[in-house]
Design a binder for this molecule. Structure first.
Ligand code: HEM
Ligand code: MTE
Ligand code: MO
Length: 467
């Protein structure tokens, strides 16, 4: 066996541009990743931050790299090892970027610890119409910033003829306080069902990347008007920037059309309260955007800046993620510019009780779940089948009666059904219908997409019947 080439950190550092080739280290191993830079799924510029040095401080932030397939890929580029005097493992002098994250509720099912992504278990999810704050699903892309409410300022960029605003929390409290019940759903909710059909890239959400709260705050249209904005340019967008950022200082960002932002009936909020409490840190303390009827990704947390722009946000999460594609599109052929960003979500429903694989008593079974649709469209019906979709019964809808065209919140539903005598198992299925008569597709196959978003096929649960 040949002994590996040995390099000093000095030598590695000298390889940090395409001309000199691009080297990185992980532990005591040295890699020449020149050929990989342009293939990097996170983009060449991100990878180049680590050029000539250790990957650890960056990968500490992007735990997506803690997977065997990433390590195997990197191993192909190994050119040697660090020489003994330089071998002591790279230690983070700066502290772990996630060490300041808040403490979380133990009931949450964690899909990723860093950044923190977790969902309530189904049996808790539909226990209450309003999801209690500690178990509200959490979707973070970065460490949670720790913001001081005293010094917090929201920067609102005004039009050339208007004025830019720097708003303290107290300033925001001066706008009329608006409170509404809104369901927030991640585009990746129920992604695990797509994965089961065919591999996708993304967090393994089950049915819990959705929750409902009473949100209170200033209406975005009032704040924009104060800065002098009007709805003149119908093609314009309102861009939001979070105060959470990666080591390059790139913040989380997203945008919505100006027309929605300026429409008082759309009730877009700069929310500072969630269920009567200040926002919890995980959900955007002290201020987040709430865009009723729109995908979770646009509800920017830890809001730092609002601006009106001629184009959509240039954020990765607006342009290179949260878009839908044909099942025929793969990572070699995908053209992110060819698809619109997801805004309003399609009709959705899921069964939360009983759970898949459970054994139910013979006689009667109680089936429970949630149903919701985007764009303020109300759920008008939920159909439930016990025989895989051959015959159907209509479930009873609970929860707040929606206002016309402002059905921002889910309906919980339930059905008391008798278990047909002699049945040993049940294939329970649910599907919802909204007030535009949109329905859910029966299977995953026709809606599968490489990112695993918009997963809203009929939800199916298989249970055994106790003899
Ligand atoms: C994603 C490899 C360096 C940021 C990925 C993925 C791979 C990868 C294979 C896709 C993982 C998956 O989704 O399963 C590498 C290798 C690197 C490197 C081999 C070094 C040689 C970096 C650095 C950063 C970074 C230094 C940040 C400063 C990201 C981000 C994503 C990603 C943000 C997610 C992109 C997305 O989800 O669209 N990387 N990476 N990477 N990487 Fe890296
Ligand atoms: N805002 C910031 N600043 N950073 C983020 O990572 N994640 C978005 C959105 N707003 C995110 C953000 C996504 S993808 C979703 S689904 C929702 O926040 C989740 O909100 P929650 O964690 O309060 O449930
Ligand atoms: Mo999301």
């Amino acid at each position: 066996q040949e002994s590996p080439h040995l390099y000093t950190r000095e030598e590695v550092r000298a390889h940090s541009s395409p001309e000199t080739r691009i080297w990185v280290t992980l532990g005591c191993e040295v890699f020449d990743v020149t050929e990989f830079v342009d293939l990097h799924p996170g983009g060449p510029s991100k990878l180049m931050l680590a050029a000539g040095g250790p990957l650890e401080p960056f990968w500490a932030l992007y735990a997506v790299h803690n997977q065997p397939h990433v390590r195997e890929l990197l191993a192909q580029y190994k050119v040697g090892e660090l020489s003994p005097e330089d071998k002591e493992p790279f230690t983070l002098k700066t502290s772990d970027p996630y060490s300041d994250d808040p403490v979380r509720h133990p009931a949450l099912k964690v899909n990723s610890q860093r950044p923190f992504n977790a969902e309530p278990p189904p049996e808790l999810l539909t226990e209450n119409y309003i999801t209690p704050n500690p178990i509200f699903f959490t979707r973070n892309h970065l460490p949670v910033p720790n913001l001081d409410p005293e010094t917090y300022r929201l920067h609102v960029v005004g039009p050339p003829e208007g004025q830019s605003l720097s708003l303290s929390l107290n300033d925001l409290y001066q706008f009329p306080k608006h409170e509404i019940t809104v369901t927030l759903q991640c585009a990746g909710n129920r992604r695990s069902e797509m994965t089961r059909f065919k591999e996708v890239k993304g967090l393994e959400w089950n049915t819990g990347a959705i929750s409902t709260a009473r949100w209170a705050g200033a209406r975005l249209c009032d704040v924009l008007a104060k800065a002098g904005h009007q709805l003149c340019e119908t093609e314009a967008h309102v861009c939001f920037e979070g105060l959470d950022s990666d080591p390059t200082g790139t913040a989380y960002g997203a945008s919505i059309p100006l027309a929605r932002a300026m429409d008082p009936e759309a009730e877009v909020l700069l929310a500072y309260e969630m269920n009567g409490q200040p926002l919890p840190r995980d959900h955007g303390f002290p201020v987040r955007v709430v865009v009723p009827g729109v995908v979770g990704a646009r509800h920017v947390k830890w809001l730092g800046k609002v601006s009106v722009e001629p184009e959509e946000s240039y954020s990765h999460w607006q342009r290179r993620d949260y878009k839908g594609f044909s099942p025929s599109v793969d990572w070699d052929t995908v053209d992110f510019d060819s698809a619109p960003s997801i805004q309003e979500l399609p009709v959705q429903s899921a069964i939360t009780e009983p759970k898949d694989g459970e054994t139910v008593q013979s006689g009667e079974v109680t089936i429970k779940g949630y149903a919701w649709s985007g764009g303020g469209r109300a759920v008008v019906r939920v159909d439930v089948s016990l025989d895989g979709g051959l015959t159907w019964q209509v479930a009873e809808l609970d929860g707040e009666e929606p206002r016309p065209r402002k059905a921002w919140a889910w309906r919980l539903w339930q059905l008391q059904a008798s278990v047909p005598a002699g049945k040993k198992e049940l294939n329970i299925v649910c599907k919802a219908v909204d007030d535009s008569y949109n329905v859910q597709p029966d299977t995953v196959a026709p809606i599968w997409n490489l990112r695993g978003v918009l997963s809203n096929a009929w939800h199916r649960v298989h249970v055994r019947v106790a003899p």
